[in-house]
Design a protein around this ligand. Structure first.
Ligand code: TXA
Ligand code: MG
Length: 344
């Protein structure tokens, strides 16, 4: 077993025989990294304590941080939710109809089938239908949901490619199934439908406005932690999404002058780079300057790739220039940046 784990198997998500290998491993309580449209997930049988324990161990994840269960459709979701009242049930149906498969995770009461190990001791369960053909096909061949946290060591940025998964988990997991780059790029929006008003526990690329529009009722953000408060979503309590670099600072474009010529890595948008280059000239080619698109959706897709790229120069501080726009569509991205910089 140990020898097997020394080498994480690299599997191709477009080859039937490789997909079958992944399915066999999952049926045998092994853990496999799978592609999803948000980020790669570390999958295991979500109803098996044996498999779930392996996930926590490989990621070095605190045991009180619950894991999202992934299913192929709303019918399977209702099998792992427990007794719901009519209001909760209707909210789930409306959200699922509009956003599943997709980057929205819905929290409601759990069924007794779901091990408390998966939910960090909570009596609720987080459920999502991922929008990945490869992973949906795998789910359709299994008679259990897949527990899938992001496929990275705890506290590191989530992986949006096979290479990112290997950077932190090579040798610690059975296999990784390649499905190309994740198209959304940051983790799903997490919404709790048991509270009134409905609350967002982690922002993502499905925005508060979109959720409000569908539910036709009030929706609140509930993810900004006050220092002394107990987080409703345990994952929000930990240092997160952080690249391994000397330090991370978030600054405004107008304050970029002194950092422009200093020894640091920098993440900024295309329009910001053009502005700053016009003012202060080209930045040294020896420094990492990672230029991201100006639209939130495109920025999100590349953010973690930028984080991992900056790790190539770990001794340099990382300066992130505040994106120019800051409307609701940026909420997920800003949350990840602030968590990485430890600003909340
Ligand atoms: O896009 C995603 O959501 C990815 C892909 C793989 O699906 N998964 C992911 O999982 O980001 P993870 O474990 O890295 O983040 C799950 C978040 C954590 O912040 C956790 O605390 C929260 O969801 N969560 C899970 N179950 C919960 C529950 N019952 N109550 C409150 N928060 C919960
Ligand atoms: Mg994670």
């Amino acid at each position: 077993m140990k020898d097997f784990l020394k080498n994480t198997l690299l599997l191709n998500g477009h080859l039937k025989k490789d997909v079958n290998t992944a399915i066999e491993l999952l049926k045998n309580y092994e853990i496999v990294a799978l592609p999803t449209e948000t980020v790669y997930g570390l999958a295991g049988n979500g109803l098996s304590e044996i498999a779930i324990k392996k996930i926590f161990a490989a990621k070095n994840r605190p045991l009180n941080n619950p894991i999202i269960l992934h299913v192929k459709d709303i019918k399977d979701a209702f099998k792992i939710y427990g007794d719901l009242n009519l209001i909760e049930e209707n909210r789930i149906k409306k959200l699922a109809k509009n956003f599943w498969p997709g980057p929205l995770t819905i929290i409601a009461k759990k069924s007794s089938m779901v091990p408390v190990l998966a939910t960090g001791g909570l009596n609720t369960v987080a459920v999502r239908v991922p929008n990945s053909k490869i992973t949906l096909n795998i789910l359709s061949k299994l008679d259990f949901p897949l527990a899938m946290p992001s496929a990275n060591l705890s506290s590191r940025p989530s992986p949006t490619s096979l290479q990112h998964v290997l950077l932190t988990l090579n040798g610690l997991i059975g296999a990784v199934l390649d499905g190309g780059y994740s198209q959304v790029g940051i983790e799903s929006t997490v919404v709790n439908v048991m509270s009134t008003p409905v609350s967002i526990l982690r922002p993502g690329m499905v925005s508060l406005l979109e959720i409000k529009d569908i539910l036709k009722e009030e929706v609140l953000n509930d993810f900004i932690l006050k220092k002394e408060s107990i987080p409703k979503s345990p994952g929000q309590a930990y240092l997160h999404y952080s690249p391994k670099v000397k330090s991370i600072s978030l600054i405004d474009e107008k304050d970029a002058k002194k950092f422009w010529s200093m020894n640091n890595s920098m993440i900024l948008t295309l329009s910001q780079e053009q502005n700053l280059k016009a003012l202060y000239g080209q930045r040294s080619k020896n420094l990492i300057t990672y230029v991201l698109p100006d639209k939130a959706k495109d920025y999100a897709k590349e953010l973690y790739n930028a984080f991992y790229a900056c790790e190539k120069n770990p001794k340099n501080p990382l300066i992130i220039i505040n994106p120019p726009a800051n409307d609701l569509s940026w909420q997920g991205v800003m949350d990840r940046i602030k968590k990485a910089a430890n600003i909340y």
